[in-house]
Write a protein that binds this ligand. Structure first.
Ligand code: NDP
Length: 485
């Protein structure tokens, strides 16, 4: 019998599901059991061509509609997503393995927020009037044209919406390629957008590995590329886009610092460290995986952290009592287990977890290492799994320097009850998305993105509008034209 997660077809192009079984088969494996639950086929050159040509053509009329008309469709899609949240969350859980307890509140809901927010903004995208004496300049905010979105596997619904909603609000069309690991959810986003009245061809989803992404990025018809992925992929995609002088947004990886001062509320700091390391089983780019704890509260912090981490419920992700799921793939599980071994070998002190969970699926226990030093592999490289490194520090000046000593700069957090210190420290941290007495909040109203190797551009908020549109300026002369000859 066909599994309920099996999509109607692999691709969604020009307002309809499209299949082409000539492409490489991509098995979809449920991470909680290791079973194959669906198959999709990588896009062939014919499919890539269909998606690009349809998106290029459809954009012309969409860009000419009023923002209010475009916004109405996006807001309708938000309503449909909310109404279907349970079904979409179950699918997100099959696609990623993340527990339903999480997907019910973090995925389709976040996607719907983006559709509603950018739908609301669409009608307010205007230019400026700049007086120049009797002459004037006016500016027009225009669509970029055809945008490509490429997603990572940790938030397949959210990423499809975070890229699609602002792109469409600004009058662009999109071809979206999900990660080959999680190909299912973006198809539902496309289906819902069209159910809400989106004209055919404006939001297309095609499957495939990196080479399909590369074919999209290098196509001369594409005006913008928005990638969520790792730093090495980001460097390749950025370079390929630069060759065609395309606009880019790069949402890449991190190794973010979370700094806990002696005066912090310990329960809140432990809660922040748990949210910043173990949500989605640690598969979150903005995670605060280097937890710097001031020496005065170190043992108290570690004791409460171990106690609360012991309460994680590993199990069937479709059971709402489960709050900790598996790694997305067997490969990712092995990468994470490799880092855990490195942590042990390099002398970090294991506080809890530290191995594969004794159950089916790709579960790794939530793991905490203490006495981690800056040079250890687990403190330098992005693990993308449930492995928290706790490092000690003495002074504010010292911890700021150590926190910034990384190629990454996605996020950073500070826990302290001294508000001048909180702002002073955040002001010196090299990161794009920061938190004071909290960690990992990502409301659509706030810009999200990194500095240094963690990325270029911002998603969400009004900032995203700047990255999916361009400004034309028009000088209007009222008098005669003066010329030298
Ligand atoms: P990858 O970088 O491996 O892949 C990202 C996407 O790019 C996938 O769809 C992949 O396809 C595609 N891709 C790979 N090579 C190319 C290429 N040459 N040209 C075009 N596209 C290509 O990342 P993961 O999927 O493994 O995701 C994990 C990473 O994403 C982590 O490093 C994490 O930090 C980062 N991330 C960043 C976020 C942010 O907002 N800053 C949010 C979430 C994750 P395929 O996988 O099918 O081969």
């Amino acid at each position: 019998m066909t599994h309920p997660a099996q999509p109607k077809a692999s691709h969604f192009i020009n307002g309809a599901y499209v299949e082409d079984t000539a492409g490489t088969p991509i098995p979809v494996i449920y991470a909680a059991t290791g079973e194959q639950i669906a198959t999709v086929y990588a896009a062939t050159p014919t499919i890539v061509e269909q998606a690009l040509s349809t998106a290029k053509e459809a954009q012309k009329a969409w860009g000419k509609m009023t923002g209010t008309e475009r916004g109405r469709i996006l807001r309708r899609a938000a309503d449909i997503m909310r109404a279907r949240n349970h079904e979409l969350s179950v699918l997100e859980t099959y696609d990623t393995g993340k527990p339903l307890q999480e997907t019910l509140v973090a995925d389709a809901t976040s996607g719907a927020d983006a559709l509603e927010y950018f739908g609301g903004l669409a009608g307010s995208l205007t230019g400026e009037h700049i007086p120049m004496g009797e002459d004037w300049v006016y500016t027009v905010r225009e669509a970029l044209g055809l945008c490509v979105g490429i997603g990572a596997w940790n938030y397949p619904t959210q990423i499809a919406c975070w890229k699609g909603a602002p792109a469409l609000a600004c009058g662009n069309s999109m071809v979206f390629k999900p990660s080959e690991t999680t190909p299912l959810c973006a198809l539902k986003v496309a289906e819902i957008l069209h159910e809400a009245g989106l004209p055919a061809g404006l939001y297309n989803v095609i499957q495939g590995m990196g080479e399909v992404g590369a074919a999209l990025v290098t196509d001369p018809r594409v005006d913008k590329v928005s990638l969520t992925g790792s730093v090495p992929t980001g460097k390749k995609v950025y370079a390929a886009a630069a060759a065609g002088m395309k606009h880019v947004t790069m949402e890449l990886g991190g190794k973010s610092p979370l700094i806990i001062f002696d005066d912090a509320n310990v329960e809140n700091a432990v809660g922040g460290a748990i949210n910043g390391n173990f949500y989605s089983s640690g598969q979150v780019c903005s995670n605060g995986t280097r937890v710097f704890v001031q020496k005065g509260i170190k043992e108290k912090f570690l004791a409460r952290l171990a106690e609360r981490t012991g309460a994680a419920v590993l199990g069937d992700p479709q059971d709402e009592a489960t709050n900790f799921g598996p790694m997305v793939t067997e490969n990712q599980m092995n990468i994470v287990l490799g880092y855990i071994e490195k942590g042990k070998e390099e002398g970090a002190r294991l506080i809890c977890g530290g191995k594969r969970a004794d159950m089916p699926g790709f579960f790794v226990e939530p793991t905490v290492f203490a006495d981690v030093t800056d040079d250890m592999t687990i403190a330098r490289e992005e693990i993308f799994g449930p492995v928290m490194s706790v490092l000690d520090f003495d002074t504010e000046e010292e911890v700021i320097a150590r926190a910034n000593d990384t190629e990454f700069g996605l996020s950073a957090g500070v826990f302290t009850n001294d508000f001048s210190r909180a702002h002073r420290v955040i002001g010196q941290l090299e990161a794009g998305s920061c938190f004071i007495n909290s960690y990992n909040d990502a409301p659509v109203e706030a810009p999200f993105g990194g500095v240094k190797a963690s990325g270029v551009g911002r998603e969400n908020s009004k900032e995203a509008i700047k990255h999916f549109s361009q400004v034309k300026s028009v000088y209007v002369r009222m008098g005669d034209v003066e010329a030298a000859f």
